[in-house]
Design a protein around this ligand. Structure first.
Ligand code: PEP
Ligand code: CO
Length: 478
């Protein structure tokens, strides 16, 4: 069991909990100084944290958030940790995906069903190809805050705070809309709860039963150039299940309830801290807004607030590592975030870009090997391949995304490590945000259905094509 430092009063914490926490307090590593608490991050260097001017309202909202029931349970979080530990050993593959940013308006049944469908469809293709269980990790039920390059946005000589996602402020370009509003954290928590409630009901109600993949057919599957291949793969999984069940005379229980977990970038630490609880029966602190929060590339500084917060929670956590991460930084991240080398605790999500992956990834692997660290290697082929066209449109080229993914598989294979997951920005809709893919989307096509307010996502067909490429790794992947 991971025992984490927890030496000072938590927001809304009761005395019993606090004294138990004190007893459980150990420092995870000598490289860290000072005690940890859910709010100790506030003493560190802050990056991408909203400036709430009305402190009284902020504290009132945090106290209210802290009293609300958790969105996930530690049992689920621990179950995910076990799955990630299995993925670290090459026995499971993790499919993490969803929108770059969720918005409150997107919280509709249609949207959520579409998102679930695409992740389920992709996973069945990957299961058929890799012949391994797939854990689905939605970028959902909390992906409401975004890092920004600039604190301010200027239009026609007027400067206002940048829009940082629905959890923080509103996108309309007016002073009141751009002012960070603590109440939005409550609205975000509610949307996350509604999302989880619906997703859980669908999964428990049999929607995700692997025996009935026809539930997940999206309207345009039949018109897609990939339809035949998809149906052939689905049939293969279905036949495999039937065959196993008929020779053993038992139903495969696990296949009825697929693994589905949630994740989001733990960016607005006020929100994260308010739902961070010390669980006596586990002797550890958990972030109960999500199963697996991750640290974004812009907030991964080892002396920064985000790493400070993340070191103290027991959830499995991800950290994005980009081309600018140095050997010392990676070493420090591993030591601070997983000092006890707990299996299933740490996922390193490399997002290097097609130009940089060859060379940089080998360096990262070497460091992890020298540290004897147990990590889950995941590839995010999206964020190192974003470009802005002359027209000002932000896009990604599908062939570059595929190339980075292929290179990641190849390099891990050459190095004797296992690429245990992918991290993708995608949607189940037929948007036109990334160039290329089966229909060869060109620059002139992008305007047809470009809906993202933030990063360009793979559309349905592009996402399925990625899944098929992963499936094609088959026996070659490990
Ligand atoms: C993201 O995942 O949306 C993101 C901002 O990624 P990164 O932190 O890797 O840039
Ligand atoms: Co993004």
């Amino acid at each position: 069991m991971l025992v984490l430092p927890s030496c000072s009063r938590r927001l809304g914490g009761d005395r019993d909990t606090v004294s138990e926490a004190r007893i459980a307090c150990i420092m995870p590593t000598e490289t860290l100084t000072g005690p940890w608490s859910p709010e100790s991050w506030q003493t560190r260097r802050l990056a991408q944290i909203p400036r709430y001017h009305d402190r009284e309202r902020l504290h009132d909202v945090l106290a209210r958030l802290g009293r609300l029931p958790p969105l996930v349970t530690s049992w689920e979080v621990e179950a995910l940790r076990e799955r990630i530990a299995a993925a670290q050993q090459g026995r499971v593959f993790v499919l993490q995906g969803g929108d770059c940013a969720e918005t409150f308006d997107d919280c509709t049944s249609e949207n959520l069903v579409q998102k679930l469908k695409i992740l389920l469809q992709m996973s069945v293709v990957i299961i058929a190809g890799l012949k391994r269980p797939v854990v689905r990790l939605g970028r959902m039920a909390g992906q409401y805050a975004k890092p920004r390059s600039d604190d301010a946005e200027t239009r026609d000589g007027i400067s206002l705070p940048s829009y940082r996602g629905d959890l923080v402020n509103r996108s309309a370009f007016t002073g009141p809309d751009r002012e960070p509003d603590p109440e939005l954290m409550l609205r975000g928590y509610e949307r996350a709860a509604l999302t989880l409630n619906f997703v859980r009901s669908l999964i428990d109600g049999g929607f995700a039963d692997l025996h009935h993949p026809e539930n997940w057919d999206l309207a345009f599957v039949s018109h897609s150039p990939m339809a035949d291949r998809y149906h052939e793969l689905v049939q293969r999984v279905s036949d495999g299940l039937d065959f196993f069940e008929s020779i053993t005379g038992t139903k495969i229980h696990e296949a009825r309830r697929v693994d589905f977990f949630t994740s989001h970038e733990g960016l607005n630490l006020y929100y994260e801290q308010a739902q961070t609880r010390f669980l006596k029966h586990r002797g550890a602190w958990y972030n109960l807004t999500t199963h697996c929060p991750w640290i974004g590339a812009r907030t991964a500084a080892t002396d920064g607030a985000h790493v400070e917060y993340f070191r103290g929670i027991a959830n499995p956590v991800g950290v994005k590592i980009g081309p600018a991460v140095t050997a010392d930084e990676l070493r420090e991240l591993i030591r601070v975030l997983n000092p006890e080398n707990v299996p299933g605790r740490l996922a390193l999500i490399h997002r290097l870009g097609t130009e940089r992956i060859d060379g940089k990834l080998q360096e990262f692997i070497e460091i992890v090997r020298a540290e004897k660290a147990t990590v889950l290697w995941m590839c995010d082929p999206m964020h190192g391949n974003t470009e802005v066209l002359q027209s000002g449109i932000k896009t990604r080229r599908f062939d570059r995304i595929l190339k980075e993914l292929e290179d990641a598989f190849r390099i891990h294979r050459e190095q004797g490590t296992y690429l245990g997951g992918v991290h993708l920005e995608l949607t189940g809709e037929h948007v036109t945000e990334c160039l290329g893919g089966a229909r060869g989307l060109a620059e002139a096509d992008l305007h047809q259905a470009y809906r993202s307010q933030v990063d360009p996502r793979l559309n349905y067909e592009q996402a399925m094509e990625v899944a098929m490429r992963i499936a094609d790794r088959g026996g070659r992947a490990a």
